[in-house]
Ligand binder design. Structure first.
Ligand SMILES: *Cc1c(COP(=O)(O)O)cnc(C)c1O
Length: 268
């Protein structure tokens, strides 16, 4: 297990990796960061924490959900406490607003796509890959499969690119395998060592399922907490395919545990 979840409580796991280029950037180079997406997003929280530490203003565009934003909980409450400025817009103008954000070009202002799905993420993920290779050498492991869940697929994509001699296994959380391939295709050609595992049953993104709660508890009992949206579901799919995998398995824990409180409330 690669314990990337222990990097930083707010900037955890692959968000730390994906934002690494900004973490290293001098604070004086930016004033404002804009992004967009869901109101419980782990990427949103990571960006809010980063901007707070750098002294950058953080603006976040989201589709209006007043019942959520008037009683903020979970990642949204944490991000607002960190100074995030939330801009809620009606569903029918969201795309239009987003389009104008993408065209922002004032110096000192940066637009980050949803989930940090940006070529700038490559640098930090390449560093993760190097740590994995070093560890593999140290442990003298011949064949290694690296497992990590896919939201936007940015992490799995750049990991596979940076680890051409290893197998990288992932599974789509938000869409199906074809949609994931399409989204990854925006970043470049999909490496051959990247395998997208799937299951017959269709799961809705971030929805509660009894089998996930059961596995969450089993993993917790085994000693490690995983996030209920990505990690547990990745494990569920991985266990389903386990008999087909002959390599040793390294699971990259991508953090995201701050979201578990709201997920557990929904399970209750
Ligand atoms: C954001 C997140 C992911 C998805 O990462 P992508 O690079 O968008 O595929 C996976 N796992 C956890 C825990 C996350 O927070």
């Amino acid at each position: 297990m690669k314990r990337d979840d222990l990097t930083d409580p707010l900037l955890s796991g692959n968000k730390y990796r994906k934002l690494h280029h900004l973490i290293e950037q001098p604070a004086s180079t930016l004033q404002e960061v804009w992004s967009h997406g869901g109101l419980q997003s782990n990427a949103m929280l990571a960006m809010a924490a980063l901007c707070q530490r750098k002294g950058w203003q953080f603006h976040y565009l989201a589709k209006v959900a007043r019942h959520v934003s008037q009683n903020p909980v979970g990642n949204l409450a944490l991000a607002l406490d960190l100074g995030m400025q939330l801009h809620e817009v009606a569903v029918d103008v969201y795309e239009q607003k987003l389009q104008s954000l993408r065209q922002l070009s004032q110096p000192g202002t940066l637009f980050l796509p949803q989930g940090g799905a940006d070529p700038l993420a490559q640098q930090g993920i390449a560093r993760l890959a190097q740590e994995i290779v070093d560890w593999q050498c140290e442990q003298d492991i011949e064949t290694l499969a690296v497992v990590t869940p896919a939201g936007t697929g940015t992490t799995a994509f750049y990991l596979a690119h940076a680890l051409p001699t290893l197998q990288v296994l992932t599974t789509p959380m938000v869409a199906d395998a074809d949609d994931l391939r399409m989204q990854m295709g925006v970043l470049g050609s999909i490496p051959e060592n990247l395998t997208i595992l799937t299951q017959q049953k269709r799961y809705r993104f971030a929805a509660p399922y009894p089998e996930f709660l059961q596995l969450y508890e089993a993993l917790l009992h085994a000693g490690i907490e995983f996030d209920l949206i990505y990690g547990v579901r990745m494990w569920h799919t991985l266990l389903h395919h386990l008999s087909d995998i002959s390599a040793e398995i390294l699971y990259v824990h991508s953090g995201g545990l701050t979201g578990n409180a709201t997920m557990l409330t929904r399970y209750r």
